[in-house]
Ligand binder design. Sequence first.
Ligand code: GLN
Length: 282
Amino acid sequence: MALSIEALLKQAAQQLGDAGSDSPKIDAAVLLCHVLDKPRSHLLTWPEKAPEPAQQAAFEALLQRRLAGEPVAYLVGEREFWSLPLKVAPHTLIPRPDTERLVELALEKIPAGPGAVLDLGTGTGAIALAIASERPDLAVTGIDLRPEAAQLAGENSERLKITNTRFLSGSWYSPLVADEQFAVIVSNPPYIDAADPHLAQGDVRFEPKSALVADDHGLADIRHISEQGRQFLLPGGWLLMEHGYEQGKAVRDILQRLGYEQISTAQDYAGLDRVTLGCWQG
Ligand code: GLN
């Protein structure tokens, strides 16, 4: 039976709500817009229109995958970050709104005028692209362990016509030449403990473990980035890292022991500790 847009949305939202989605109406609308290849306003303007049978079938298929837990961002292949529409893929973390805090803080610390900024574990390129879009005078480098992620970040940069970026693949700082130096280094590294029950819930179940989980209670990569960062920061340069809401003190301690100064922790939009930063005087 050919159902109207309104009826399809209502039915899908009901099913998603029953299955425990936090945002059943939005999920249903985003999936239907994707299938119809129309903006959200189309759904409100034409509620009585019945999509083609093939579109209804495609919507039903996506709905079933969403009901099985797959993140909406992977189903539609896109997520907005810092108002930039980014392609996402299952080998990248889905950009989170709270990571925009890291971008805001980094923009405050980046000195005026041309300079170099590094984003470690760039994934979709979200942080690097947000900074590069705000500051066309900078040269922004993004590095990801996975070549597919570095490739995707490069594609996002091209699609958005952001030209002051380069994306490299390798472990943390390894693709850099030894004497490269940056005014600011940012990272949203993996920081979740392997035993954290959060990993068995919601969207994170479908995200790459390599982007989420780190050894040593989730602190191993943060420690590595902080240690090596001293070699790659200009004197007076800043390191800013996202971390778990209970890791603020541990991350400040790591930076302190390594000789960073002016160390502080900033909160995310929910008021939870989320980003710790320190200055390297050289
Ligand atoms: N903030 C994310 C979460 O809790 C994790 C991101 C990360 O590990 N870098 O789901």
